[in-house]
Design a binder for this molecule. Structure first.
Ligand SMILES: [Zn+2]
Length: 257
């Protein structure tokens, strides 16, 4: 008889896909092991006792057996269910975006406990927040900082001068703000209003409880979303499925009045 090697870990379920006849392949984010993948056997059967503990966005305690190819979840127990994130379609979409960002930004097996803590906090915030866009911008800025992509928002990334209170530019390729002089005719740099810049600085440097008290107009929200999305897709060199879905959802909501 061969001996199984078991390990125990907390995990957030980032992604799951069908595997075999009744199994699921899970992508998990853990505090110590970073991103890992494991099979949850039999969880698509209606009688499965494990299935509720390995739902998308659930924070669970898992016991995992090392497999020859893929590891196997042998026990699962929910710590936080974040039920609302699966029941409210809009909240689901934002949670899907947060999970997709983690999945695309991190390689398997790299520990980043502050990032795990940020994601865990994010799932709680998304369960309650009234302004999901604001919460998401906060999450993006702090995720970027924790991964070494913190955008420079206080001085010009080209000439290093302090940014003047005027319309400046954001350059995804340069990772931050360009002053009015350097940004003019700079390839890929787009104008950013002073208000948008101030909000990004505020979100980058304050804690969540302070930030979630901000009230932003819809046009300002759209501007901030565009700046962050341009920057994130520049780094990742790809678009995000969850954002396409979010935009479809928004159009349908407008269409249905
Ligand atoms: Zn400059």
């Amino acid at each position: 008889m061969h001996r199984e090697r078991l390990y125990r870990t907390e995990a957030i379920i980032l992604k799951r896909s069908d595997f075999g006849e009744a199994d699921r392949l899970l992508t998990l984010y853990t505090p110590k092991l970073g991103k890992i993948r494991a099979i949850a056997k039999g969880v698509r059967k209606p009688t499965s006792r494990k299935s509720g503990h390995v739902e998308l966005f659930t924070h669970s305690q898992l016991l995992i057996a090392k497999g020859r190819n893929l590891d196997i979840v042998t026990q699962a127990e929910t710590i936080h269910a974040f039920r609302l994130l699966r029941e409210d379609l809009l909240r689901t979409t934002y949670a899907y975006y947060a999970a997709e960002l983690i999945d695309l930004f991190v390689e398997e097996g790299i520990e980043n406990r502050p990032l795990f803590n940020l994601l865990l906090a994010m799932l709680g915030w998304l369960s309650e927040a009234s302004d999901l866009d604001l919460t998401t911008r906060f999450f993006e800025l702090h995720l970027l900082s924790l991964l070494g992509y913190r955008p420079q928002l206080f001085q010009c990334v080209a000439c290093r001068r302090q940014i003047e209170p005027a319309t400046n530019f954001f350059s995804p390729a340069d990772g931050g703000i360009l002053c009015a002089n350097c940004g003019e005719n700079h390839r890929g740099a787009k104008e950013i209003t002073l208000t948008a810049l101030k909000v990004l600085r505020f979100l980058q440097t304050r804690d969540y409880d302070t930030c979630c008290r901000l009230h932003l107009s819809p046009p300002l929200h759209r501007e901030l979303e565009k700046v962050m999305y341009d920057y994130i897709t520049y780094i990742l060199e790809r678009s995000l499925k969850s954002v396409k879905f979010l935009n479809t959802l928004r159009r349908q909501r407008i269409g249905s009045g």
